[in-house]
Design a protein around this ligand. Sequence first.
Ligand code: GDP
Ligand code: IMO
Ligand code: MG
Length: 420
Amino acid sequence: MNIDILLGLQWGDEGKGKIVDAISPDYDIVARFQGGPNAGHSLEFNNVKHILHLIPSGIFHPEKLNIIGNGVVIDPAVFKKEIENLGPSVEELTKRLIISARANLILPGHRILDAAYENSKGCLKIGSTLKGIGPAYTDKVARNGLRAGEILRKDFRELYNKHLEAHLSMLRQYDFKFDIKEYEAGWFEGIELLKKFRILNTEYLINELTVKGMKLLAEGAQGTMLDIDFGSYPFVTSSNTISAGACTGLGVSPKSIGEVFGIFKAYCTRVGSGPFPTELNDETGNSLRELGHEFGSTTGRPRRCGWLDLHALKYAIMLNGVTRLFMTKGDVLSGFSTIKVCTGYRSEGKECLEIPFTDQAVEPVYTELPGWEENISEIREFDKLPKNLRSYIAFVEKQTGVPVTMVSVGPDREETIFRK
Ligand code: GDP
Ligand code: IMO
Ligand code: MG
């Protein structure tokens, strides 16, 4: 069982990138298994902040292998920009990064279709990042996709043109203006760059290396409450963000999975539309947004903020089989005199034991806990954290039955407390 999974338990942006980077030294391989450039994973070290969209967050550790798995959808134009802004040379990065031949490509038409669909949705907009994710996964499932392995084919341009025609004909149904040419140029430059990387049947490589004893960390994108099956449908992304997605998105069996690390923020945020029972549309919500710099890493949109939702967190723990909880952004809660935690929902006067499958209105039931004043970003030992913060964590552990074994106290790699 040499594969551990790290994933988000809320609506994304829990701090996955930071933690993957911080624990990468314990692994040989870091692999992304789903999502695409809708993800924005931030990590910070030596006072520099990096935001990754497609590339796994182990990339800054020179000796580690990074894999973009078959479950990911790749936009070559985004890939190119990301590679060029990373720092290390392309030659060096080709040693550190391998791409699955089976990963589907996001084509320029997918991006435009994403925008056209959203534009046509009126007040039911999903709030998509508009990176072409939904249309690319739609083509994958409809068995119309173009995959990374195909870029080496001599007739690739013809294949591409066939897809373009299909997309243009779909777009004719929408009253939507677009210019595909400009994006296409960057996209084809991205294809040329992709050709410099090893594009393999990575499922073989992953199985061979992990059977030999190498340790792999599977890095999730988005969060459990955005999962295509279990999230607040239709306000979700188009992939399985839960731990099962790591098996299909990398080509590994459930038997190979060891730990499942579930990351949660000490409060909740959500970008885009959809239910958010503990959302705070008031001064407290604004304070969380300002103190936590809650603006999207991919789109810059303000994130909606609210109290920690343990009812939803327990659901996420159940779906993923979480073995350890990692808590981020507890430092943002410093200074609140009391902190609320949602322990259940009520609907139409009755307790609502399950997470509803519709956007049925629910009312959160809160428990109020005492806050703490201290700035905690310099603290590196769990026992030195303020007593009320430790009680907050103990409350989460008691409610969920899962230990919190890592506490992040700031965005930097070093601002991390591991608890034995
Ligand atoms: P991801 O998508 O899960 O990787 O998360 P994002 O990178 O989109 O958003 C998390 C944001 O919080 C980023 O700006 C991180 O730099 C920052 N961050 C991560 N952990 C902490 C923490 O413990 N405290 C604070 N203050 N910021 C954090
Ligand atoms: P990371 O990996 C937060 C949200 C969008 C929208 C919905 C569908 O950084 O946590 P899509 O572009 O997939 O069609 O958007 O999902 N969303 C995210 N929210 N973090 C993300 O990724 C997200 N990726 C998508 O805002 O509501
Ligand atoms: Mg993010």
